[in-house]
Design a protein around this ligand. Structure first.
Ligand code: SF4
Ligand code: SF4
Length: 329
C-alpha cells in the first residue's frame, strides 16, 4: 500500500497515510456520552458533495442559491480552478448547523460528517479501467472515539463496511459516485482535455451544487435552442432534484469530455435537411421518369418496346411508394 494522493481530501487535519478497505476492522464509538461530544463540529472542516447540498437545502426548506450563500464557503479543488464548497463556520470554526444539543440537521448531515473520523477516497490507477473506493482514517487529538473502549468496554470491533451502514452513508455515496468519478476523470485526463474555460467551470459548479439554478438553465428557451433534449428527461427533472443531478453528470460529460449523449439542434436541423434532400431526390427522379414516359420517343408504338415501358412504370410505382413512406416518417 503506497501513500495515497490526498490533495483532494476534505480535511486539513491529520489523516493517517494508509489506504483502508471495507474489510478493515475498527474499534470506534461516538455517542452523546463521550467526553468530546461535538468537539468535531466545533472545529468543522467539512467538504460538501452535490448530494449533501440537496439533502441540506431540503432539510432547511431553502433553495440551493440561499443554502450556498448562507451556509457554505467556496474552495479551490484543483489547479484548474474547479470550485467546491465547504460548510461555513463561525470565526472559531464551529459549524453553523450545530446548537447546544448537537447537530440540528443530524438526519441529513453530510457524508463527510457521517464518515468522520474516516473518509472516502476514490482511486483510479493509471492502468485500471475502473476506479475503486477506499478509505482513510483521521486522527485528531480532540476525537476520543478511538479510545472509547477504555471507558466503554462493550464497544465492539466492526468492519468499515458495518460502520458505513450504521452511519447511513451508502445512499450518499450512491448519489455522489458519479461526481467522484467525474472529478477523477478530470484529474486523470490531465492536460489532454485542456484547461476548462471559465464558462465550463461555471456550468460545472451550477450542475453539481446550484441545482435550482441548473434547473432554470436547462428549462430556459436558450438551452432548448441549442440542445435537443428528449421530453422524457424534461418530465423527469421537473420536480426531482436527484434526476436533475443525474442529468447534470450526463451533461457535464458532454461539456467537459465530449461524450455526446444529447443531440445539438444544429445536428437535428442537418439530419432533417438530409432527409428532406432524400425526398426531393426521389421526387425529382419520379418527375424525370414521368417526363420520359410522356416523351414520344419512348412511346411503345414508336419504340416498339413494351418491356421498357413496363419497367419504367414499375420503377415509377416504387419511387412513388418511397416518397409516400418518407413523407409519413
Ligand atoms: S453538519 Fe452536523 S455533524 Fe456536520 S459538522 Fe455540522 S453540526 Fe457537525
Ligand atoms: S468521538 Fe469524535 S466524532 Fe464523536 S463527538 Fe467526539 S470528536 Fe466527534
Amino acid at each position: 500500500m503506497g501513500k495515497p494522493d490526498t490533495s483532494h481530501l476534505p480535511y486539513e487535519s491529520s489523516f493517517v497515510p494508509e489506504i483502508l478497505t471495507e474489510d478493515h476492522r475498527i474499534k470506534f464509538a461516538c455517542h452523546p456520552g463521550v467526553s468530546c461530544f461535538n468537539a468535531c463540529c466545533k472545529q468543522a472542516d467539512v467538504m460538501l458533495a452535490p448530494y449533501d447540498v440537496i439533502r441540506l437545502k431540503h432539510k432547511l426548506g431553502i433553495s440551493s442559491e440561499e443554502f450556498l450563500k448562507n451556509y457554505t464557503v467556496p474552495w479551490e479543488m484543483d489547479s484548474d480552478g474547479i470550485i467546491g464548497v465547504k460548510l461555513r463556520t463561525t470565526e472559531d470554526k464551529a459549524c453553523l448547523l450545530m446548537d447546544d444539543s448537537g447537530c440540528t440537521v443530524y438526519e441529513d448531515r453530510p457524508a463527510a460528517c457521517r464518515y468522520y473520523p474516516f473518509g472516502l477516497m476514490g482511486v483510479k490507477h493509471t492502468e485500471a479501467k475502473t476506479d475503486e473506493q477506499n478509505y482513510f482514517r483521521i486522527e485528531e487529538d480532540h476525537c476520543k472515539g478511538h479510545q472509547e473502549e477504555s471507558f466503554l468496554p462493550e464497544t465492539k470491533e466492526i468492519t468499515l463496511r458495518e460502520y458505513r451502514q450504521s452511519q447511513g452513508v451508502e445512499e450518499f455515496d450512491k448519489h455522489n459516485l458519479d461526481w467522484i468519478r467525474l472529478m477523477l476523470k478530470k484529474k486523470s485526463a490531465g492536460p489532454s482535455v485542456g484547461t476548462p474555460s471559465v464558462e465550463s467551470l461555471q456550468v460545472l459548479f451550477m450542475a453539481t451544487y446550484d441545482i435550482d439554478r441548473f434547473r432554470r438553465f436547462v428549462t430556459s428557451p436558450n438551452f432548448k435552442k441549442v440542445y435537443a433534449l428528449e421530453q422524457e428527461t424534461y418530465d423527469e427533472i421537473e420536480n426531482d432534484d436527484i434526476a436533475l443531478l443525474k442529468f447534470g453528470y450526463r451533461f457535464l460529460k458532454q461539456v467537459l469530455f465530449g461524450e455526446k449523449t444529447i443531440d445539438l439542434i444544429e445536428d437535428e436541423v442537418k439530419k432533417r435537411s438530409e432527409e428532406r434532400k432524400e425526398i426531393w431526390d426521389l421526387r425529382h427522379k419520379l418527375e424525370m421518369e414521368q417526363a420520359q414516359l410522356n416523351d414520344p420517343r419512348y412511346d411503345p408504338e414508336v419504340m416498339g418496346d413494351e418491356v421498357m415501358r413496363d419497367d419504367m412504370l414499375k420503377e415509377m410505382e416504387q419511387a412513388k411508394q418511397a416518397v409516400q413512406d418518407k413523407d409519413k416518417e
